[in-house]
Design a binder for this molecule. Structure first.
Ligand code: AMP
Ligand code: ZN
Ligand code: FE
Ligand code: FE
Length: 285
């Protein structure tokens, strides 16, 4: 039975609630779905509650944006201990840097003459991870732009007048954070991030998986990643990166799936990440 291991919700920059994701996943006949919001685990519990009575499995996940030499590298983390206080504190810190960055962007937009307020942006984002898509939606509400793409192109995209960069850890730090919380770190969409060369270094830090199956990956790329993952003793994962209809990133829910066996293998890692048949660095023994 198929599982989609990369899904966003309204807890971060998705436009679909966790409950609605569960409903759609059931409709599609998925066996499990991983909720992998940016810098927050807030969407997981509502998804678990909605999925439990229906017999759908929700896999706890998170996606951390990192940067290495100007390259945007995303690290997914599965099965982190949701009660690990250090990890939760680090997510809280990342969300606070998001908040500060967005409030600086809102200030810039105000100075440019827009009637936007932080209250309006936060009413749109809710209590999860605030980001530029929420600013874009505020600008649409105000009638200042027609579409999200317009907002990015004119005002909030990189290099635009209201743009402020966001704080990001290095990829190795994200891998260590996830491992320290007993989770399984996976390099997300390597084909999009152009970060293939970082793989050996990240494996040495404790990376355990590679997201070979992804909407933007060609079959050739996918085959190459599968081979590389096998050679390095990494899990081969995949998912749609669903954010809701019409979002720039990812595909439809369930557009990319992997067999449930991958989940079983990840679960065998257990707390503190000692995978069956792998040494503590994640390589096959
Ligand atoms: P942030 O994390 O606040 O920097 O925002 C990242 C989010 O903005 C992701 O959901 C991206 O898909 C979205 N995004 C980035 N660039 C664009 C764009 N040009 N048009 C629409 N959405 C974008
Ligand atoms: Zn996203
Ligand atoms: Fe990503
Ligand atoms: Fe994602």
């Amino acid at each position: 039975m198929p599982v989609d291991l990369h899904v966003h919700t309204t807890a971060s920059d998705g436009s679909v609630t966790p409950e609605e994701v569960v409903k759609q996943a059931l409709h599609l006949g998925l066996e499990a779905v991983a909720i992998t919001d940016h810098d927050t685990i807030e969407g997981i519990e509502p998804a678990l509650n909605a999925a439990r009575p229906a017999g759908l499995e929700v896999i706890p996940g998170v996606e951390l944006s990192t940067v290495y030499q100007d390259r945007q590298v995303h690290i997914l983390g599965y099965f982190v201990d949701l009660h690990e206080l250090d990890f939760l504190a680090q997510l809280t810190f990342l969300r606070s840097t998001r908040l500060e960055r967005i409030s600086r962007m809102v200030q810039k937009l105000k100075e440019m003459g827009f009637a936007i307020t932080m209250g309006q942006v936060l009413a749109i984002s809710g209590s999860g991870s605030v980001g530029r898509p929420h600013v874009a939606r505020a600008l649409i509400e105000l009638g200042s732009v027609r579409t999200i793409a317009d907002a990015f192109e004119k005002y909030i995209g990189k290099g635009c007048p209201a743009y402020v960069p966001r704080f990001k850890y290095a990829p190795a730090m994200a891998v260590r954070m996830i491992r320290a919380a007993g989770g399984v770190p996976v390099l997300a969409h390597p084909g999009i991030s152009n970060c293939y060369d970082l793989l050996p270094g990240l494996v040495a830090e404790g990376l355990l998986g590679l997201e070979a199956y992804y909407p933007g990956h060609t079959w050739e790329l996918t085959a190459c990643y599968c081979r590389q993952a096998r050679d390095m003793g990494l899990f081969v994962t995949g998912g749609s990166d669903y954010h809701g209809p019409g979002h720039k990133d990812g595909g439809q829910l369930g557009a990319v799936t992997v067999p449930y066996k991958v989940v079983e293998e990840m679960k065998k890692c257990g707390k503190r990440g000692v995978p069956g048949g792998r040494n503590e660095k994640g390589r096959a023994d």
